[in-house]
Design a protein around this ligand. Structure first.
Ligand code: OAD
Length: 322
């Protein structure tokens, strides 16, 4: 696995651990390790098919049968896929945060299958079918539709329930996504080439509102220049480590149910450093310069550690005196 440095991972982990609110933007890359092809990688869909022939309103009008054949091919492939550790880590992260919004460009349904709850689907859902005339929509989970093109009960032709190039995104969904990005402390951007708008516009929006942006992607993307931290590698490997779903640390949900959170004295030196880095990023430009300089050179961290060592050695002396 390629990380820029372990330091980057620790830093990002600290931000994630101490953030109260998180928004996540996912793209096709998060499902790549589940065997769902992306669009623009070497073996991606748009390397082998022309989107103009398949994913525009004009293409559907010209040849609905061809479009539905392509969707049957994609449905069959996706139907075999299972959520991977990247999807699962996001489910775990959602249980720990009081404010969590998962915004996806994916239509494959793997986030729901994994168990994500507060999910906004910007580009629709491949398992939905929609009437071209009366607007009725219905779910259909069959891997391949036996009769294509399908028709609505009203008699009109039905289309796949996904957003096509040139069509607007559902207004309520993009409004909620925009609101979530503006109000969340962190935007985590995973597995997207970050070139398809309006989804990609959520990244500069987060920056414009002073939010922390963390990217996970094996490659550099336009997001990498804006991100506070880019972790280069596969989401299925990085996300469990970033979220800590590969460790046995207590969670916020445990705290609510009465289980104990880690105290400062129990935190390891890298965890304390991560917390200091997070504090520094939050306080920059706002904190008393003296406090900030103490944080910057680690003085507060050293003082805490010294205090803990003294308390521990006093405790040991008392034990020995008894
Ligand atoms: P793309 O195919 O454009 O980009 C996929 C991204 O995932 C690339 O940047 C890869 O480097 C990255 N990637 C590949 N494997 C990965 C892994 N294991 N872990 C993490 N990242 C990985 O897909 P999107 O950005 O999702 O729109 O594309 C955006 C939209 O364009 C899609 O929703 C679709 C498409 O046309 C519509 O259908 C409307």
């Amino acid at each position: 696995m390629e990380f820029d440095t372990n330091e980057d991972l620790h830093r990002a982990r600290g931000w994630i651990q101490f953030a109260g609110s998180i928004a996540v933007l996912t793209g096709a890359g998060i499902s790549a390790e589940s065997g769902v092809p992306t669009f623009r990688d070497a073996d991606g869909l748009w390397r082998n098919f022309r989107f103009e022939d398949l994913a525009t309103p004009e293409a559907f009008e010209r040849n609905p049968l061809l479009v539905w054949e392509w969707y049957n091919f994609r449905r069959e492939r996706i139907a075999k896929a299972q959520p991977n550790p990247g999807h699962m880590a996001l489910v775990e992260l959602e249980t720990r945060k009081s404010e969590f919004t998962l915004i996806t460009q994916n239509v494959d349904g793997l986030h729901e299958l994994a168990g994500s709850k507060n999910l906004l689907k910007l580009h629709g859902d491949i398992w939905q079918v929609r009437c071209t005339k009366c607007g009725a929509a219905w779910p259909d989970r069959r891997p391949s539709l036996p009769e294509i093109p399908p028709h609505c009960l009203c008699g009109a032709l039905a289309r796949p329930g996904v957003v096509r190039f040139g069509e607007p995104l559902p207004k309520r969904v993009i409004d909620l996504a925009t609101q979530a990005v503006k109000s969340s402390e962190i935007l985590l951007v995973i597995g997207t080439s970050a070139i398809v708008y309006p989804a990609a516009g959520l990244i500069p929006l987060a920056k414009a509102h002073g939010r922390t942006v963390i990217e996970i992607n094996p490659d550099e993307t336009p997001c990498s220049d804006m991100a506070d931290c880019s972790l280069h590698g596969p989401a299925g490997e990085i996300l469990p480590r970033l979220v800590g779903s590969d460790s046995h640390r207590p969670k916020e949900s445990d705290a609510r149910s009465g289980a104990r959170m880690k105290t400062f004295a129990e935190m390891s030196a890298p965890e304390i450093r991560a917390m200091a880095a997070w504090l520094r990023s939050k306080l920059q430009g706002r904190a008393n310069p003296l406090v900030l300089s103490q944080l910057l050179d680690g003085e507060l961290v050293r003082r805490y550690l010294r205090g803990n060592e003294e308390r521990i050695s006093q405790g040991t002396r008392k034990e020995e005196e008894r």
